[in-house]
Design a protein around this ligand. Structure first.
Ligand code: FES
Length: 191
């Protein structure tokens, strides 16, 4: 190329020239030591937090022994007021609290346990249909608790009932009478 040609070559614009990245400076011993210190502190923090978490878990597990898994069952012996509180028919007011129904007819007053004799579900009282109906497998019971449809093998059980000195009905829901014992003393109140 001749001297003339060199002068004719177009000049490269300054903006097109990329700035060179400065080369990373090598760290001094002091700086390296600081980085290592920071890493050590973070490691120590992590270990101490893990240990604290672990001890808290152990402590909680230990404390758990002082709070046994007790199931607070409803009372099985309770009062439900005087017989005068109950009209003829089926009374469901205690179903959710004590799982019983009070039935009253010409024979007297009895308390049925609201527990299906098939597999133990709680039947519903169907006022319109004048029957108890189990929602689980469809067993049906008369207002006296006699099974007449579905897989229930026998009538509903009756709870022990007696009057206390104040004339209150006392129910014992774990002392039960089967249908064939429905006239036993304790299975019915002649009121
Ligand atoms: S539990 Fe009531 S019918 Fe099965």
């Amino acid at each position: 190329m001749t001297e003339d040609n060199k002068q004719d070559a177009p000049a490269v614009p300054e903006a097109a020239i990329k700035p060179q990245k400065p080369k990373p400076r090598l760290k001094t011993d002091d700086e390296l030591e600081k980085v290592a210190d920071r890493a050590r502190q973070q490691r120590r923090k992590f270990v101490s937090r893990s240990m604290t978490g672990f001890f808290v878990l152990v402590l909680l597990a230990f404390m758990r022994f002082f709070f046994p898994r007790t199931l607070f069952e409803p009372k099985t012996k309770f009062k439900i007021g005087p017989p005068g509180d109950y009209d003829f028919g089926v009374d469901t007011r205690w179903q959710s609290k004590h799982r019983i129904w009070v039935i009253r007819n010409a024979e007297g007053l009895a308390v049925l346990l609201a527990k299906c004799t098939h597999l133990g579900c709680t039947p519903d009282w169907k006022e319109q249909e004048n029957k108890f109906k189990c929602p689980c497998h469809g067993s049906g019971y008369t207002p006296e608790g006699v099974n007449f449809e579905g897989p229930a093998p026998r009538p509903l059980d009756r709870c022990h009932v007696e009057l206390d000195p104040e004339g209150q009905i006392v129910v014992n829901s774990i002392q039960l009478y089967r249908w064939e014992h429905r006239y036993d003393p304790g299975a019915i109140l002649k009121v």
